[in-house]
Design a protein around this ligand. Structure first.
Ligand code: GLU
Length: 478
């Protein structure tokens, strides 16, 4: 997949985002100067720094882009990939702005990237690179709990975020809120329960809600609900794996999975837990019991299904392969997996594309909860859990006394009723509420705007209208 991706990456990703923006502003009533201010990137920091690896010095190229300061801090992940370039980081930063606006997370958009293949470095080298990158961000004021708050993205995770937090804290030892300089940290380093699975779980909540509308599903020739729907997943990283896991548990059937070095299918359904365990053990998907392999990994994308979940990288569904895609719904787990040219073809075919800026916003939503936790210095649920439990217990006793003659509840039923809210319960319910509310806002825009062509345009219109409210200080009110 990596080689193929490189060729396709000739598409100018930031230009694609500009195209989506331009398509949307036709349905927005606003001062052109303000729209221009929203559209482009505010600050682009391109850096090069040397790292000694073994007895050689390697020059590392890296970026941080802050797309919009209409709200601060700015927010967005850091990607480690050999395909990182300025255009890509700018595009990803811009998508973050619209994403945060859609789910009412009070941040501007940003993104970072280091141009390395993390598979080529050991943990010591990655730590050196991460800490030096953080130092470069500190030097130019591109990181801080009130400035710009990175998070994981493709090729990074909790470990890298812990190094970033530690480096920042070393330079800001008097800053009481320093842990809020980055999210996606391990729980022991100020992270929050539920962040790891947040993007995949958010995708699940969003998709489950989208397919619950019977009239929308009827147009696609589908029944409402996830039960029995066939799903193809591209990418079994953090987003793809968790999306697959929740969709599988929710009754959908995973019929094909694509990874960068191979892909598999089975009409009986693939258990994502087994697929991921096999991938960890052997380094590839092929050979998993009960499955067959495609000749070329990318054939998986063209496998007939109800829902296709691209959860790897941008530019995967493009002008060349769009007409061969045989799905009814595309659920964008990755950022920018469908190009504008592909989207035009898919829309004509009647495919519902649920856009990235909405559907993968679960990650930044729970990042927001983590940031709030860091600033408040208290775990969610710590204050109210016992209290809620005691109150529920009193309620339970009263019910039982009243129904003394009838059947008693089982121990499990009782426990479920009396349970107080702990951190992960609150995070999940906050995420579910966010995904449902945001989908309904986009759907409203889609249904109420004459001539609007697709859900992505509706999502951009909804986001831009929310961002515009921040410019009221200019005397311009939407
Ligand atoms: N990298 C993720 C995204 O693209 C998460 C960003 C964050 O949590 O700030 O949405």
């Amino acid at each position: 997949m990596a080689k193929k991706l490189k060729e396709q990456r000739e598409n100018n990703f930031f230009d694609d985002v500009l195209k989506y923006f331009d398509k949307a502003v036709k349905y927005v009533n606003a001062e052109p100067g303000v729209l221009e201010q929203i559209k482009y990137c505010n600050s682009v920091y391109r850096m090069k720094f040397p790292i000694k690896i073994g007895d050689k010095v390697e020059v590392i190229e890296a970026y941080r882009v802050e797309h919009s300061h209409h709200k601060t801090p700015t927010k967005g992940g850091i990607r480690y990939s050999e395909h990182v370039n300025q255009d890509e980081v700018m595009a990803l930063a811009a998508l973050m702005t619209y994403k945060c606006a859609l789910v009412d997370v009070p941040f501007g958009g940003a993104k970072g990237g280091i141009k390395i293949n993390p598979r080529n470095y050991d943990a010591d080298a990655l730590e050196k690179i991460t800490r030096r990158y953080t130092t470069e961000l500190i030097k130019k004021n591109f990181i801080g709990p009130g400035i710009d708050v990175p998070a994981p993205d493709y090729g990074t995770g909790e470990r890298e975020m812990a190094w970033i937090a530690d480096t920042f804290a070393a330079f800001h030892h008097l800053e009481i809120d320093s842990l809020g300089c980055v999210t996606g940290k391990p729980i022991s380093q100020g992270g929050i329960r539920g962040r790891r699975e947040a993007t995949g779980l958010g995708l699940f909540y969003g998709l489950r809600h989208a397919v619950s509308y019977a009239d929308d599903m009827k147009k696609l020739g589908l029944k409402p609900g996830l039960q029995g729907k066939t799903v193809v997943i591209q990418g079994m990283g953090n987003v793809g794996y968790h999306a697959a896991k929740y969709l599988h548990e929710g009754g959908a059937k995973i019929v094909a999975i694509q990874e960068y070095n191979g892909s598999i299918y089975s009409d009986k359904g693939i258990n994502p837990e087994e697929a991921v365990a096999w991938f960890r053990q052997t380094g590839k998907l092929e050979g998993l019991k009960g499955t067959k392999s495609f000749k070329k990994p990318e054939e998986a994308l063209e496998y007939a299904c109800d829902i296709l979940v691209p959860a790897a990288l941008e530019n995967q569904i493009h002008a060349e392969n769009a007409s061969r895609i045989k799905t009814k719904i595309i659920a964008e787990g990755a950022n920018g997996p469908v190009t504008p040219e592909a989207e035009a073809i898919l829309t004509k075919k009647g495919v519902l594309v649920i856009p990235d800026i909405y559907l993968n916003a679960g990650g930044v939503t729970v990042s927001y909860f983590e940031w709030l936790k860091n600033l408040s210095h208290v775990r969610f649920g710590r204050m109210e859990k016992r209290y809620a439990q005691a109150a529920n217990l009193r309620l339970m006793d009263a019910i039982e006394k009243a129904a003394a003659s009838g059947k008693k509840l089982t121990k499990e039923e009782k426990e479920r009723i009396i349970a107080g809210p702990d951190e992960v319960t609150l995070v999940y319910s906050g995420l579910e509420e966010t995904m449902i509310t945001a989908y309904d806002a986009i759907r409203e825009t889609y249904r109420n705007t004459k001539g609007i062509p697709d859900m992505r345009t509706a999502a951009f219109v909804t986001a831009i209208n929310k961002i515009l409210t921040s410019y009221s200080t200019l005397g311009i009110f939407p």
